[in-house]
Design a protein around this ligand. Structure first.
Ligand code: XLS
Ligand code: NI
Ligand code: NI
Length: 440
């Protein structure tokens, strides 16, 4: 029995399409840079928002209408949702999904009981994986929902919680491996603090690093080859999250000798929460060779929290895809819609329409980014802007043969220095040009 019975396979209808249940720009088989769009974009569905989100917010009760809500047996319900994620992926022509251990199966009284329930669902997922149409982009452990994580997980003041978290991640790594997951994500749900008055920050950072090293060691032990990813977020739920942004997390990885084992999973809404653009975080990871994967969503510029909306801002998706194309794609990573439909979008059709909106926005973003690269002005202007470093004194600076004395001697009698235009407005207009051209 299908889960989304009334809705069929979503077709590509081209740029003139306005049907909410068809693609206008995502043409899975179309070649972009010699690669099929579906292989380049590696879209993924976030199990938690789409199959657990019920529309509850701090002021109100569930609003979502879902057929599966009538199922009372918890294991049957969990299996139905797994059937649902595979069906959704296939109908949308999306190759992957992502999950937390606690999204896919219910909890028991002890970790042993919980693991047994999880195993039942894992076997069910394995049945679905057999035909090879859909796979797991990444797995992760939910170390934030249960009250035991009130003071953190790996950074908890309570060593029992550290132990529980370790055992939970051990199991999550095992099942991610078993399900062929290509990556494993650490999002530090409650790894941070509410006030420094009661916080031993130095010990908490050291413990976080100890935890990461144990994860790396265990992955080696079980031969899990997936890429480890850190997903930075500056705040929420804690006042200050330790994996604040890419720059901050990179300094953590370097200090503790973890850099070679991790890359970054960049979430658009987390970038803006940190006071950065999405493109900034992607760029920072890319120039350090650590751009691993993306949580594709968007925030609301008027609201200061992680609203996890489906991405529809073409300016942001174009600039994001520009960084991703410059990165040569995302290797084992992908574009995971860590996004939830608004509380008022309660129908199952809305679930499809929202994913289609996000998918189309990134597909068009990809095409616009390629236009910008082929057109070449951005690169040309960048080259000429920094031309002074390619010969003369600039070359000496770059080569390392210059020093303060030499530089003083070179410049000390100069009366004027010539500055050139930065061309900002023209460049911004070019982005608009590329989006319009790409949508033809
Ligand atoms: C929450 C995070 C979370 C991670 C996975 O803000 O985005 O959903 O992606 O734990
Ligand atoms: Ni996320
Ligand atoms: Ni988020």
């Amino acid at each position: 029995m299908s889960v989304f019975g009334e809705i069929g396979k979503i077709e590509y209808k081209g740029p003139d399409n306005r049907d909410p249940l068809a693609f206008s720009f995502y043409n899975p088989e179309e070649l972009v840079l010699g690669i099929k769009m579906k292989d380049y974009l590696r879209f993924s569905i976030a199990f938690w928002h789409t199959f657990k989100g019920d529309g509850t917010d701090m002021f109100g009760m569930p609003t979502m209408k879902r057929d599966w809500l009538s199922i009372s047996d918890e294991i049957e319900l969990a299996k139905k949702k797994i059937d649902g994620v595979f069906e959704l992926c296939e109908k949308l022509n999306v190759k992957f999904f992502c999950f937390h251990d606690r999204d896919i199966a219910p909890e028991g009284k002890t970790l042993r009981e919980t693991n047994a329930k999880l195993d039942q669902i894992v076997s069910h997922i394995k049945e679905h994986l057999k035909d090879g149409k859909v796979g797991v982009l990444w797995g992760t452990a939910n170390l934030f929902s249960n009250p035991r994580f009130v003071h953190g997980a790996a950074t908890s003041c309570n060593a029992d919680v550290f132990a529980y978290s370790a055992a939970q991640v051990k199991k999550a790594l095992e099942i991610t491996k078993e399900l062929g997951g290509e990556n494993y994500v650490f999002w530090g749900g409650r790894e941070g603090y509410e006030t420094l008055l009661n916080t031993d920050m130095a010990l908490e950072f050291d413990n976080l690093a100890r935890f990461m090293h144990m994860a790396v060691d265990y992955a080696k032990e079980i031969d899990f080859k997936g890429q480890f990813l850190i997903e930075p977020k500056p705040m929420e739920p804690t006042k200050h999250q330790y994996d604040f942004d890419v720059a901050n997390s990179l300094s953590f990885l370097r200090k503790y000798g973890l850099e070679e084992y991790f890359e970054f999973n960049i979430e658009a809404n987390h970038a803006t929460l940190a006071g950065h653009t999405f493109q900034h975080e992607l760029r920072y990871a890319r120039i350090n060779g650590l751009l691993g994967s993306v949580d594709a969503n968007q925030g609301d510029t008027l609201l200061g929290w992680d609203t996890d909306q489906f991405p529809t801002d073409l300016y942001a998706t174009t600039l994001a895809m520009y960084e991703i194309v410059k990165n040569g794609g995302l290797n084992s990573g992908g574009l995971n819609f860590d996004a939830k439909v608004r509380r008022g979008s309660m129908g199952e059709k809305d679930l499809f329409a929202a994913h289609i909106a996000g998918i189309d926005s990134f597909a068009l973003g990809l095409k616009a980014a390629v236009k910008l690269i082929e057109e070449g002005t951005i690169e040309d202007l960048l080259k000429s802007r920094y031309a002074s470093y390619r010969d003369g004194i600039g070359k000496e600076i770059v080569d390392g043969s210059a020093n303060f004395k030499k530089l003083e001697e070179y410049i000390i009698d100069r009366e004027t220095i010539q500055s050139e235009s930065a061309n900002q407005e023209y460049l911004e207009r070019l982005i608009n040009w590329a989006i319009v051209k790409a949508s033809d």
